[in-house]
Design a protein around this ligand. Structure first.
Ligand code: HEC
Length: 147
């Protein structure tokens, strides 16, 4: 009897373990992307990606979402607020140069999955191409103007 209750208890833990894994898998298919977003982006762009009024632009409704330029902004930053006569932005977009291609892929897929209805998943290979496209862009024409 003792043995049986021991086995049942173990089984219970086992079942509990499986349900925890199942819940976390259903939450978002891009868990790494979600974590990166929460850690690096949401303090400015907000949890729902809507930005902050007239100070930080919305990512959820950005016309760049799904385009290579979106990734370029992440890698290179964006400091053209004054040039574009939108100096109301309190801060500028910092460059995130230390993300690996896999991290960038998961981050971008997380955001598109969340905010774009007709979303086509970006592969790591496609991301590699986008990264080299962005880097080429910098060498041709500096994205960050010197003041
Ligand atoms: C310190 C605040 C801050 C953080 C942190 C931040 N951003 Fe930004 N982001 C900005 C600002 C300000 C702009 C507008 C810059 C401009 O137009 O010059 C911007 C612009 C952008 C744009 C361009 C949007 C458009 O439609 O033009 C993208 C894409 C973007 N951010 C993505 C991200 C991602 C992804 C992260 C996290 C990895 C992130 N940002 C973290 C402040 C931030």
């Amino acid at each position: 009897m003792i043995l049986l209750s021991f086995i049942l208890r173990k089984f219970h833990y086992w079942l509990f373990g499986i349900s925890v894994v199942a819940v976390s898998c259903h939450e978002s298919p891009y868990m790494q992307g979600k974590r990166l977003y929460e850690y690096h982006c949401q303090s400015c762009h907000m949890e729902d990606g809507q930005g902050l009024s007239r100070m930080i632009p919305s990512l959820a409704t950005s016309s760049l979402l799904g385009k290579p330029e979106f990734c370029c902004v992440i890698i290179l930053g964006k400091k053209d607020t004054i040039k574009n006569n939108v100096s109301y932005l309190a801060q500028e977009m910092p460059a995130f140069q230390s993300f690996t291609t896999t991290e960038l892929t998961n981050l971008v897929n997380y955001m598109q999955h969340r905010w774009q209805s007709d979303f086509a998943e970006t592969s790591i290979r496609e991301m590699e191409e986008m990264v080299s496209f962005c880097k080429q862009k910098t060498s041709e024409q500096p994205a960050i103007p010197e003041n």
